[in-house]
Design a protein around this ligand. Structure first.
Ligand code: ADP
Ligand code: MG
Length: 267
């Protein structure tokens, strides 16, 4: 009797965590060919916090985000956004893809890229109003790119483009922000601008999930980590889940032991 009660309350706690989590993933397996890129992964993102997804190249980090967004179809598993299937919640989720995956051959002005974040609001036939333009301008200002509104996106540096994509996500007014390596190959000014905006979003109660490659800044930037190498390796607060052991388990021989010790102990 006692045993079954304990089991029951554990189940209820698990259900409650899933219902309130901005992003709850259960049993996710994704495969592009025969070998799974993500295997049987569970993840429960904490609301109002910043979480880093960490793991070696090819670990399945981008695939996890894409599966969470319905961009790739999983073999199995379930994704819930704020306790409901993604289809009901799309407007609440903003995504900033990995920069290399975007091709800007077609001439597009910066302000128009940001306006794309408002399309859900505008609707296909909606008129672009002055108020929408103002929102887009505000979002560009927030990422320090206000002066570039009229420029062609293709003429900007990689870091500047990355800030514009973040402005587009801001324009969407989402509650959950998923970013894929936003700091990869950007200049110091861009990194500072982006982390400033992400911390501001957190202060507003928004939830931020970032695929992150720089182990040296994890402690400084994030509340939680999710370590993956095809399978989940560890998940939890940085203090308990970002350790020499979990890094070793995620990276294996791909990071020198000395490097791992240094990263995991430098507070
Ligand atoms: P990460 O973002 O952690 O570097 P990815 O999620 O991009 O890893 O990739 C995980 C695995 O899936 C890798 O082995 C990669 O080569 C493979 N993969 C990713 N995208 C595709 C694709 N579109 N087609 C085939 N294989 C892919
Ligand atoms: Mg990736």
């Amino acid at each position: 009797m006692q045993l079954s009660l304990a089991k029951q309350s554990k189940q209820t706690a698990e259900e409650a965590a899933q219902a309130t989590s901005p992003l709850a993933i259960r049993g996710l397996t994704v495969s592009y060919g025969e070998k799974p890129a993500v295997f049987s992964v569970d993840m429960t993102v904490m609301p109002g916090q910043m979480t880093a997804i960490i793991g070696p190249n090819g670990a399945g980090k981008s695939t996890m985000l894409k599966a969470a967004l319905g961009i790739v179809a999983p073999v199995s598993g379930r994704v819930q956004v704020f306790g409901r299937p993604l289809d009901h919640q799309r407007g609440r989720v903003a995504y900033v893809p990995q920069r290399a995956s975007v091709d800007w051959d077609f001439p597009t002005r910066v302000i128009d890229v940001v306006m794309m974040g408002l399309y859900r609001d505008l609707g296909l036939l909606g008129r672009i109003r002055a108020s929408h333009r103002r929102i887009a301008r505000d979002c560009l200002d927030r990422v320090g790119m206000g002066e570039f509104a009229g420029r062609q996106i293709g003429q900007l540096s990689g870091g500047q483009q990355q800030r514009v994509f973040l402005a587009r996500a801001l324009a969407q007014g989402a509650d959950l922000y998923l970013l894929d390596e936003p700091f990869a190959g950007v200049d110091a000014a861009t990194e500072k601008a982006i982390i400033g905006v992400l911390k501001m979003l957190r202060a507003e109660g928004k939830t931020v999930v970032v695929v992150h490659h720089d182990l040296a800044t994890v402690r400084d930037y994030f509340d939680n980590v999710f370590l993956i190498n095809t399978r989940k390796v560890a998940e939890g607060p940085v203090e308990t889940a970002f350790t020499a052991e979990t890094l070793q388990a995620a990276y294996g021989g791909r990071l020198a032991t000395a490097q791992i010790d240094q990263i995991a102990t430098s507070a």
